[in-house]
Design a protein around this ligand. Structure first.
Ligand SMILES: Cc1cc2nc3c(=O)[nH]c(=O)nc-3n(C[C@H](O)[C@H](O)[C@H](O)COP(=O)(O)O)c2cc1C
Length: 177
C-alpha cells in the first residue's frame, strides 16, 4: 500500500477481528517500523514484546472488559519504556515521545499490511493492567508497559472520526492564517 493511502486508511479499530492469524513475518515488519522511528537524542528507549503465543494472547485479551479488538486480538505488541526515565536534556526525558513515534510508525505499518489496531494507553494505567501485562510478558521491574497494540484482520472496514478541515488546524507562516 502506498504511504499516503496507509495514512488515510489508518483508523482506530475497536471492532471484531476475523479468525485469520497475523503472519509472524508481518509482525516483524511492523515492529521494525517501530524500531526505525526517531527518538530523542537517538536513545532508542522503547522496547517491544510481540505476543503471538495463543495462550498468552488469550490471557492478555480477556483482561479487557469491553474492547472487542482487544478481546479478539490475534497478537499484541507491548511497548515498554523505563519505569523511571532518565532526564537527558534540559531536565526532560523523551521516552513518552519516543514510544509514541514508534507506535505511530507501527500503526501505519499495521494498516499497510492489511491489519487493524488501536492505541491502548489509558486503560493500561488503570487497575494494575500495565503491571499485570508486564508480569505476563516477563518485563523486568525497571520497565513499564506504556502502550499496547491489539492486532488482527478487521471484520469490518475501520472507520475513524472525521478530522477537522486543514484550514482549521494548519496554516502557512502565521498561526490562524
Ligand atoms: C495518546 C493516545 C492515547 C490513546 N488511548 C486510547 C485508549 O486508551 N483506548 C482507545 O480505545 N483508544 C485510544 N486512543 C485512540 C484515539 O481514541 C483515536 O486515535 C482518536 O479517537 C482518533 O481516531 P482515529 O485514530 O481513528 O483517527 C489513543 C490515542 C492516542 C494518540
Amino acid at each position: 500500500m502506498e504511504f499516503f493511502e496507509a495514512v488515510a486508511n489508518r483508523h482506530s479499530y475497536r471492532g471484531p477481528f476475523t479468525d485469520k492469524e497475523v503472519d509472524p513475518d508481518d509482525l516483524r515488519k511492523i515492529v521494525q517500523a517501530g524500531i526505525d522511528a526517531p527518538s530523542g537524542m537517538n536513545k532508542q528507549t522503547t522496547s517491544f514484546v510481540i505476543v503471538n503465543d495463543p495462550d498468552l494472547v488469550s490471557q492478555i485479551a480477556e483482561m479487557h472488559e469491553s474492547n472487542k479488538a482487544f478481546r479478539q486480538a490475534k497478537a499484541f505488541i507491548a511497548c515498554t519504556i523505563d519505569a523511571e526515565p532518565e532526564k537527558i536534556y534540559a531536565g526532560c526525558h523523551f521516552q513518552i515521545e519516543d514510544c509514541s513515534a514508534a507506535v505511530e510508525n507501527m500503526l501505519l505499518a499495521i494498516a499497510a499490511t492489511g491489519y487493524a489496531s488501536v492505541w491502548i494507553d489509558g486503560w493500561l494505567r488503570t487497575d494494575g493492567h500495565a503491571e499485570a501485562i508486564g508480569k505476563l510478558i516477563g518485563a523486568p521491574g525497571d520497565k513499564v508497559v506504556r502502550i499496547i497494540l491489539p492486532i488482527g484482520v478487521p471484520k469490518y472496514d475501520p472507520r475513524g472520526p472525521e478530522k477537522q478541515p486543514f484550514d482549521q488546524r494548519a496554516w502557512f507562516n502565521s498561526y490562524g492564517g
